[in-house]
Design a protein around this ligand. Structure first.
Ligand code: SF4
Length: 160
């Protein structure tokens, strides 16, 4: 495990572990408050995120900002990352092997950040991170405690 955030980001930005690196414009490492105890994890960058190199921008980002505001949160109070860091072509779901190659980057982010709450945005992130049996329409909003961390699946703000 890499113990320093800057080194982790620098290493990750060189990543060519899966084919998504061939079609990405920018790798989207994540963004937010590293001292926060709340980590949001989405599925992967979309078109706008790929162009800007930032997570959850464009209309889905605006929707996420509004949802955060409703629960008295903001991007300055949380950290946001994704299951995969590079945009899958045509916004398709990340393939299992792509998720598997990327998940170590996310594990390393969690190792450094030590969040107390992890909120997964959408079905793919919830299945991968919380429980492979999750049904997102049934289970969204329900907290589960695992190894001292509270996990909550949510519906994904629609991509645009
Ligand atoms: S999606 Fe993840 S594993 Fe694949 S190239 Fe990007 S950072 Fe590396």
């Amino acid at each position: 495990m890499i113990k320093n955030w800057e080194s982790l980001e620098a290493e990750c930005k060189k990543c060519r572990r899966c084919n998504l690196c061939d079609t990405r414009t920018n790798l989207v490492f994540g963004e937010g408050n590293l001292k926060s105890k709340i980590l949001f994890v989405g599925e992967g960058p979309g078109y706008n995120e790929d162009v800007q190199g930032r997570p959850f921008v464009g209309r889905s980002g605006k929707l996420l900002d509004n949802l955060l505001e409703e629960i008295n949160l903001s991007r300055e109070k949380i950290y946001i990352s994704n299951i995969v860091k590079c945009r899958p072509p045509e916004n398709r779901d990340p393939l299992p092997e792509e998720q598997e190659k990327y998940i170590n980057w996310l594990r390393n982010q969690v190792y450094i950040m030590r969040p107390k709450i992890i909120v997964t945005l959408g079905r793919i992130a919830s299945l991968k991170i919380i429980d492979s049996e999750i049904k997102i329409t049934r289970d969204h909003g329900i907290f589960t405690l695992k190894k001292g961390v509270w996990f909550m699946p949510t519906l994904h703000p629609p991509p645009f």
